[in-house]
Design a protein around this ligand. Structure first.
Ligand code: ADP
Ligand code: MG
Length: 633
């Protein structure tokens, strides 16, 4: 491209997604439009941090302008607000790319959601402010936005300009217009005039950008002197005693892009063989993409206060809800981001930082159980992934886990509580896994355990089946599913002494059990007399050694199990119905056959499954009901 072509002003349409976003912004009903300022200041600070990083390799980029700085200028008369930085700046191509297309995946995801909603401008437009849509939020308050920029190390300045109506232009301006960096000029809408008041700007900066690690100055009218309104000192480098909870909350909001309060703040400095500072936050609410498999941790890595990357995977996946940063004094500044990833120093930081988060969670669980319970209720299912992913910290994570159990009602129990309440001769920690806590509570498999006062963990999360199966134990007690194998409850006496006496099954029941087995044939692995039932007539359990029933279902539905293993049907030998069926006369063969199949289907229904053959089931049910209406027919 020749110089003349390049310097011509050129008008271009926005990428389709940008046009959609701008359209949405104009119609936004979101009342707190002031988020635009936080976004533009964040961009200015990013630009300063990127320059600092590039200047490590090319110090000449800084020229004689060494100190990073953000300057806000207001001009009430002309309804203008400018946000200026002396950071990295943008070349012409970078401007077209960065300000004409949408780079953020979060913004794309947001737009996809809006597109999926036919109305399009419903409650999603209220979400805009909470989402942080970046640069384009400027159009919530401005009728036109001009961006002057000069990329460090080049000799050209460029002007980008748009009214947000579908096109933008880029024009060459005299190189000396900007020395380096970017000036964003907002031509404010009439109803946004308050952003030219000094007090409004000062208040907003204090509230949302007070801990941006670049100093911020304010010029209250054209020609006035720049006054520092924020010192740019890194919050994490200050002594803890000088930081209030309010400071931490503001900082958390500015780096996490969330608007709630952190439940736990972990600020510590490690000294000795490794010198680094971490500032971590556990959010008070669940981000909407928490279970997105592509979601990465978002811990920022700094080296001596220079931002390096947020892709260093500082914390393990199961701590992906933690937000914050690590600042190392030891990592070399002058290596590539890729090399830093592999550094043994970084490995040591990962380990130390992870241990610290775990130990802070432990401390909180002891000292402030209410706050800890909140974290568990919000992020427990994610933390539990660590029980099978992080073998080294497995015991610590098991100790942090909390459960609803048959003994807890609504309260959360720890495994320590559970083990302390073990019955004499109880050798295992019993659990029941499934997907619905209410159905778990009413499962027939629990009856024999209830009758003996044995506590059972109720595990409703998909992740539960995996960690309990990963072959672990707690304080020497293995985990055992109540739906798996023989219940070996015989050793522990029932609470009600009378029930203990009538233990041996009657001979007629034993014959009936053999009959059931012959009738159900290939559908079950076995039929046997049960210890675990007191109120229900039948239930299904898994064979000893195989996967438990809940895990089997998960594996089968994921296509990971070629053929689901056959269940075992357990029969309650003392149940009125079983005793009656067992002692039925020989002439009742057809009725007994129907009953055999119906009992099996009943057990399947109790597990939340369909009858084996729904047509046959309804025919049998109809026959049995008819017989009930005309006894003896
Ligand atoms: P994000 O900051 O998440 O990348 P934004 O919409 O806020 O998204 O900004 C888009 C891009 O525009 C930035 O990634 C950056 O490349 C560029 N940009 C915006 N403001 C500036 C600035 N003040 N200096 C340099 N580049 C900027
Ligand atoms: Mg941004």
């Amino acid at each position: 491209m020749t110089m003349t072509e390049e310097s011509r002003s050129e008008s271009r349409p926005f990428e389709a997604d940008v046009a959609k976003l701008l359209q949405l912004m104009v119609h936004s009903v979101y009342s707190d439009k002031s988020v635009f300022l936080r976004e533009l200041i964040a961009n200015a600070a990013d630009a300063c941090e990127r320059l600092r990083y590039e200047a490590i390799a090319s110090p000449s980029l800084l020229a004689d302008d060494l100190k990073p700085r953000i300057t806000l200028g207001v001009d009430a008369e002309n309804k203008r607000l400018t946000i200026e930085d002396n950071g990295i700046g943008m070349s012409r191509e970078e401007m077209v790319e960065a300000l004409g297309t949408i780079a953020r995946s979060g913004t794309k995801a947001f737009l996809d959601r809006v597109a999926a909603d036919a109305a399009g401008l419903g409650e999603e437009s209220a979400l805009i402010g909470r989402f942080g849509v970046g640069f384009y939020s400027a159009f919530m308050v401005a009728e036109r936005v001009d961006v002057l920029s000069h990329r460090a190390g080049t000799d050209a300045s460029w002007l980008w300009s748009s009214d947000g109506q579908g096109t933008f232009s880029v024009t060459a301006v005299p190189a000396e217009t900007m020395r380096r960096g970017t000036r964003v000029i907002l031509h404010l809408l009439d109803d946004a005039k308050s952003y030219t008041e000094r007090s409004t700007i000062e208040r907003l900066v204090k509230a949302h950008s007070g801990h941006v690690p670049v100093p911020i100055f304010l010029v209250e009218k054209p020609g006035a002197e720049a006054v520092e309104i924020s010192d740019g000192a890194a919050l994490w480098a200050k002594p803890k005693a000088e930081i209030t909870q309010g400071d931490y909350t503001d900082f958390y909001r500015s780096i996490a892009g969330q608007f709630d309060e952190p439940v736990l703040t972990v600020h510590f400095r490690a000294e000795g063989r490794q010198d680094y500072t971490t500032l971590f936050f556990v959010p008070g609410s669940r981000p909407f993409d928490l279970f997105d498999p592509d979601r990465k941790g978002r811990i920022k890595l700094y080296v001596k206060r220079v931002f390096i990357t947020d892709a260093a995977d500082i914390l393990p996946r199961y701590l992906r809800f933690v937000r914050g940063l690590v600042d190392s004094a030891d990592l070399p500044l002058n290596v590539s981001r890729e090399k830093i990833q592999e550094s043994p120093l970084l490995a040591a930081i990962r380990k130390g930082a992870t241990n610290r988060v775990i130990s802070e969670l432990e401390r909180l669980s002891e000292k402030e159980p209410v706050a800890y319970t909140r974290i568990w209720e919000t992020f427990g299912p994610v933390l539990k992934e660590g029980i099978y992913e992080d073998f080294e910290r497995r015991d610590a994570l098991l100790a942090l886990a909390r459960f609803k159990t048959t003994a807890s009602a609504e309260a959360w129990r720890s495994l320590k509580d559970y083990v302390a309440a073990l019955k004499t001769k109880q050798t295992a920690i019993y659990y029941l896994a499934g997907d619905d806590i209410e159905r778990l509570k009413s499962s027939p498999q629990l009856e024999g355990f209830r009758a003996r006062g044995i506590e059972v963990l109720l595990l409703p999360d998909p992740v539960d089946s995996f960690w309990v199966m990963s072959g672990g134990s707690f304080e020497g007690k293995p985990f055992k599913s109540v739906t798996q194998g023989a219940a070996d409850l015989a050793l522990i006496p029932p609470l009600d002494a009378q029930a203990a006496e009538q233990s041996e099954a009657a001979p007629a029941v034993k014959i009936f059990v053999a009959f059931l087995k012959s009738m159900l044939g290939g559908a079950v692995a076995d039929v046997r007399v049960s210890d675990r039932l007191t109120d229900s007539a039948v239930c299904l359990v898994a064979a000893d050694g195989g996967p438990d029933r809940a895990l089997e279902k998960i594996l089968a539905s994921a296509g990971r199990l070629p053929s689901a293993a056959k269940p075992i049907l357990e029969v309650n030998p003392r149940h009125e119905l079983i005793v009656a069926l067992a002692t039925l006369g020989d002439g009742e063969r057809a009725f007994r056959e129907d009953a055999a199949h119906l009992l099996f289907d009943e057990a399947r229904l109790l597990d939340g499954e369909q009858p084996a053959d729904t047509r046959a089931f309804s025919d049998r049910l109809a026959r049995v009901l008819k017989r009930g209406l005309r006894p003896g027919a």
